[in-house]
Design a protein around this ligand. Sequence first.
Ligand SMILES: C[S@@+](CC[C@H](N)C(=O)[O-])C[C@H]1O[C@@H](n2cnc3c(N)ncnc32)[C@H](O)[C@@H]1O
Length: 296
Amino acid sequence: MTTMRHALDAGARRLAAAGIATARLDARVLLCHAVPCPPETLVGHGDRPLGSAAAARFDAALARRQAREPVGLITGQRAFWTLDLRVTAATLSPRPESETVIEAVLSRVRDRQAPFRLLDLGTGTGCLLLALLTELPSARGLGIDRSAAAVATARRNARDHGLDARADFVVGDWATALGGAFDVVVANPPYIPSGMIEGLEPEVARHEPRAALDGGVDGLDAYRAILPELPRLARPGSIMALEVGEGQAPWVAGHLADLGFAVVAVVPDLAGIGRVVLAQAPEAPKISLGLAPDVR
Ligand SMILES: C[S@@+](CC[C@H](N)C(=O)[O-])C[C@H]1O[C@@H](n2cnc3c(N)ncnc32)[C@H](O)[C@@H]1O
């Protein structure tokens, strides 16, 4: 019977041979998932035997990873902000750069206790809405996705984190069937130009849902649908935080300005790419909900 350490070493070699840059890290996560055990186990207890059932699970997980399936899809979990979220084949695995949306919104909120109404368009796992609800304890939110399977996953994520009393999720085509006004609108719609998808890393091109990626010829189709809806969804002073692809921020910011929003900033991600267009509806609210004032 092999030990945990030997299994880890062999697994890391296998993934490295498949060209995976993060081979050892991925092997460690997959081994801990197969056992299952906390990651610390591998530090002090590498000589522990690996049972045959766990070894078989590890082997199957390595085979999926060799086929470039993302680690989060194999384990069914992905970390986002402070949350561990379920991911499925129907949901985009939340990406670190999308945390820029959360930071951008929080940078404009003065009173985190205010009873904000939040809207998340294209919610996927629910990551953006749920992360915001953890930071804004009196807020309530609505997440919309065209995929019923994604909505089911988002609901489970809300339940897992005790946020389901404040989070509703519905199947819908952007905001077309929605009425009402929101204090915060976030969106991370599909924005990859169709012709670029095949050239993305295999983890994304082969395994992420096409409906979460494909933004049409220039990547901006979803924004052509979403942007005209925003004025009727906004309250005076509402915050809009919209994730965009590389080079798309000026187009989205320009259209927001044409619609009468004040563009506050284009917020870069950790790679320095303009990732979030942050805008605010023009007039200060009559009854302050704790939002920072318009900065025009
Ligand atoms: C890039 S993913 C973002 C998922 C999640 N918000 C995140 O940040 O990880 C885009 C999401 O938009 C959804 N979507 C695509 N077209 C849509 C439409 N017409 N109406 C509503 N949601 C749509 C996809 O199903 C997908 O879940």
